[in-house]
Design a protein around this ligand. Structure first.
Ligand code: SAH
Length: 372
């Protein structure tokens, strides 16, 4: 490399966004493309990638592993559910777990993942750990996709203040040829294909140097058969769980029931409100007023469009307003939450006041009659 050219760039290379953010964005884009449900981040450090991934709606299981428990503990509270997660439980389930342990050891808690990320991890491994790493990740965990990123040593002369390695804890830094030959051999051994890419573009005219961070994306070639999973020797748990958060989800009956009851009461209140104001228009006719029926014509947009049949129409009889469950069920949000009418009945049983035949929600309107 021309020394003057090199010195010129050493002064100006600054990545925007910063390189670590580009690496994390790369993973986020990959998740959005392949939609894995279970993702494990090995060498997760302060959990910043995991925190970013918890917002990807396809992910239901997130796990982090690091040999340093303290670095994980620093910010792990950020992985806990927020009050808003309880107020508005999500439709997906999400469990986030952090384990303390080494990628050189197998633990059954790391089985069943779709995507495993190892961002700037391998260069921190001792020779003996690096030897065991492929068998643990590709042989034992065997996810559909593995992403490994590591510094590209050919880029180092372009970075200011890099003496031997980019970080004092790095045990090695590989050129593109070194990384690619290791990755191709690993992929071959364990039945994966590998694609090379990276983040942190080299300056124009220096493309040969390659990306600042080199990345290998490994794809398992063959689906895992039930047989190969079962023939696996039973492995003892060696990792220690240091954090676990189960997010409130509508897949959990208790949160679903609360959400359904709130939505049912909210919907019924709006219908009742419409019923009462329509009824007002017949103010002087006590006969019509006491047995009044509302045709469900215009409901506010946020309730969605109901599919209402004639016999499902809400009505007032005496001091009671009757809102048929079938009407409530026909509103899209209630419908989507419950799935079936039977399920709606089951979820609200004993939690709301129903007419004697159980077909309608009942509201006493005596108070409202007095007011009018
Ligand atoms: N992946 C993170 C940080 C990488 S730094 C990021 O993208 O920013 C490397 C991390 O690997 C450190 O947190 C270090 O504690 C961890 N580590 C080193 N050796 C390990 C091993 N044998 N098993 C698991 N984690 C290890």
């Amino acid at each position: 490399m021309d020394k003057n050219f090199q010195e010129e760039f050493t002064q100006i290379i600054k990545f925007e966004p910063p390189l670590y953010k580009q690496r994390h964005q790369f993973i986020k884009d990959l998740v959005e493309k392949y939609k894995p449900k279970k993702v494990a981040d090995l060498g997760c450090a302060d959990c910043s990638l995991l925190w970013m991934l918890k917002f990807c709606s396809c992910i239901e299981v997130l796990a982090g592993l690091d040999i340093c428990a303290n670095v994980m503990r620093e910010k792990m509270h950020k992985l806990s559910p927020l009050p808003v997660d309880y107020l508005q439980p999500s439709e997906r389930s999400l469990t986030v777990t952090l384990h303390h342990g080494s990628v050189a050891h197998k633990d059954p808690c790391m089985l069943g993942f779709d995507l495993v990320t190892c961002i700037e991890l391998i260069e921190h491994l001792e020779e003996s750990e690096l030897k065991k790493f492929p068998e643990v990740v590709f042989g034992f965990m065997a996810p559909s996709i593995v992403v490994i990123s590591t510094p590209n040593s050919e880029f180092n002369p372009l970075l200011s203040r890099v003496m031997l390695y980019r970080h004092p804890d790095h045990k090695f830094e590989w050129s593109q040829a070194q990384f690619q030959s290791w990755a191709l051999e690993t992929a071959r051994c364990y039945g994966y294909s590998v694609e090379f890419t990276g983040v942190g573009h080299p300056p124009t005219g220096m493309e040969k140097v390659g990306f600042c961070t080199q990345i290998g994306v490994f794809f398992r070639k063959y689906p895992q058969t039930g047989e190969s999973v079962q023939s696996e020797e039973p492995t003892e748990a060696v990792y220690k769980t240091v954090f676990k958060a189960v997010y409130p989800s509508l897949k959990d009956e208790k949160y679903l029931q609360n959400a359904v009851i709130s939505e049912v009461i909210f919907t019924a209140q709006i219908i009742k409100h419409r019923l009462m104001s329509k009824r007002e228009e017949y103010g002087d006719d006590p006969e019509r007023k006491s047995k009044f029926q509302l045709s469900v014509d215009c409901f506010p947009d946020y309730l969605g469009k109901p599919v209402v049949e004639k016999n499902m129409e809400p009505f007032v009889s005496g001091n009671e307003a009757y809102i048929p469950l079938t009407t409530i069920f026909s509103f899209p949000k209630v419908n989507r939450l419950c799935g079936t009418f039977e399920r709606l009945r089951k979820l609200i049983a004993g939690k709301v006041t129903l007419s004697s035949d159980g077909s309608a929600l009942m509201f006493n309107i005596e108070h409202e009659n007095e007011e009018n």
